[in-house]
Design a protein around this ligand. Structure first.
Ligand code: DC
Length: 206
């Protein structure tokens, strides 16, 4: 089974995706992490093609590049910035998409990202697209990461990323025609998890 969750930065794809994946024993793949791993590879002069995804059991994924386990080394701003640049390149997107679709052929997966339902797994059985206003996402981010900056600043940063994600030439952020769009402005995380879980439950019943 393939489930996709796409949406803009800070909308809650990772926290919702992880919980839903655990509940249905799906392998959880954060596609942004692959771009980040390649950024790590670039900064350390490693060969991109050595990027490997090693599922550990049913739900965990270990990422290696150049044989080095990097899963926990990908959070810095430097990596995020480099990942964002790499994500504009056609050959980089092709590499990431290839790695994800290979795994999704053999295993039940939930993949989150920006273009998973549109480009990477267009035949996925359940596709979700999460949205929330830039202001709401800024509030969540400030609270979650305890960022000591004015809300307006964080909101402006988010708007800039939206603009870049939605308007890039290759694989822009947009819902697939057959995605269910969930506006999460007034839904807390547990409600979003329940809505997504019930969509998967409905599919499994049929
Ligand atoms: O979700 P994230 O911040 O970890 O993503 C890192 C970068 O990768 C970000 O600049 C957006 C990009 N990305 C993308 O272009 N397509 C995806 N499917 C996932 C992430």
């Amino acid at each position: 089974m393939q489930v996709t969750i796409d949406g803009p930065a800070g909308v809650g794809k990772t926290s919702v995706g992880k919980k839903v994946a655990d509940r249905f024993s799906l392998l959880f793949i954060q596609s942004g992490q692959l771009y980040r791993a390649l950024a790590y590879g670039k900064l350390n002069q490693m060969d991109y093609s050595s990027l490997a995804l090693n599922p550990e059991g049913d739900s965990n994924l270990e990422l290696t590049i150049g044989g080095e386990e990097v899963t926990k080394k990908l959070t810095s701003e430097e990596i995020a910035e480099e990942a964002s640049k790499l994500a504009k390149k056609k050959e980089i997107r092709a590499l990431v998409n290839d790695r994800i679709s290979r795994i999704a052929r053999d295993q039940d997966v939930l993949v989150e990202g920006r273009d998973i339902g549109t480009e990477v797994l267009p035949d996925a059985e359940v596709k979700i697209f999460l949205t929330a206003s830039a202001k709401e996402r800024a509030k969540r981010r400030k609270k979650q990461l305890q960022i000591d900056r004015p809300l307006k600043d964080i909101e402006n940063g988010i708007k800039k990323r939206d603009e870049r994600d939605q308007n890039r030439e290759i694989s822009p952020l947009r819902p697939a025609d057959d995605a269910v769009i969930l506006n999460t402005n007034s839904l807390d995380e547990s409600k979003v998890v329940e809505r997504v879980a019930s969509l998967i439950g409905d599919y499994l019943k049929d």
